[in-house]
Design a protein around this ligand. Structure first.
Ligand code: FES
Length: 191
C-alpha cells in the first residue's frame, strides 16, 4: 500500500500517503469491514477494542495516493476514541486531518469514513453491548438481506434517527456485496 504520486497534496496528506500508519490486516480483530467504492477501489479496516475504546485500527486499500492517505488518517483519528465516536468520524474530519485533498479526490475520504464506520459497527455488534431497540420498539433490516443478525436491524444507543438511516443504507450496500470475492491487489499491491 504505497503511492509515489502526491502532486497537489498538503504536507500532511503527503506524509500519510508516503508513510501510511498501521497498514495491513489484523489478526484477532474485534471488528472488520470492507467496501468497494463507486470508483472500483476497495478499502478494508480492522478494529481492536478494549474497554469500549478503539485500541488499534489498521487499513488496507488497493487505491492509490488519496485513498492511502485517507485510510491512514482515519486510523490515526480512530485510535483512542470510543468505538461509537470512531464510527461517527466523517469525510470532513478526515479531510481536515489531511489538510484537504485535491477536489477530485475528496470522495476517497468518504470511502475511508464509510468503511471505518462499518468496521466499528461490526465491533459493536459482535460485543452486543450497545445495541438497543428502536424507540418505537420495531426492528428493520437493511432491506437487502433477511439476516436477523444484520447490523442494521437495530438502532444503536445514542444514534440519531438520521444516523441510523445513514447506517442502514450503508449496511444495505454491505449486505449486497458481502458474498462477492474482492481481490485486494493490483495497482501496485497492498499491505
Ligand atoms: Fe477510489 Fe479514491 S479514487 S477511493
Amino acid at each position: 500500500m504505497e503511492c509515489s504520486d502526491v502532486e497537489g497534496f498538503s504536507a500532511e496528506a503527503r506524509t500519510h500517503a508516503l508513510n501510511p500508519r498501521n497498514c495491513g490486516p489484523m489478526d484477532d480483530s474485534d471488528g472488520h469491514a470492507w467496501i468497494t467504492g463507486p470508483c472500483g477501489d476497495t478499502m478494508a479496516f480492522w478494529v481492536a477494542a478494549r474497554d469500549g475504546n478503539v485500541e488499534k485500527a489498521s487499513v488496507i486499500t488497493d487505491g492509490c495516493g488519496p485513498s492511502v492517505a485517507s485510510g491512514s488518517a482515519a486510523v490515526c483519528l480512530a485510535e483512542g476514541r470510543r468505538i461509537e465516536e470512531a464510527a461517527r468520524l466523517s469525510q470532513r474530519d478526515i479531510l481536515d486531518a489531511l489538510g484537504g485533498l485535491p477536489e477530485e479526490s475528496e470522495h476517497c475520504a468518504l470511502l475511508a469514513a464509510d468503511t471505518l464506520k462499518a468496521a466499528c459497527e461490526d465491533c459493536l455488534n459482535r460485543k452486543g453491548e450497545t445495541r438497543v431497540e428502536k424507540s418505537d420498539g420495531g426492528e428493520r433490516s437493511c432491506g437487502s438481506c433477511s439476516d436477523e443478525k444484520c447490523s442494521a436491524s437495530k438502532q444503536l444507543k445514542g444514534e440519531s434517527d438520521e444516523e441510523y438511516e445513514d447506517r442502514r443504507l450503508l449496511q444495505s450496500r454491505l449486505c449486497r456485496i458481502k458474498h462477492k470475492v474482492i481481490v485486494l491487489s493490483g495497482k501496485g499491491g497492498v499491505g
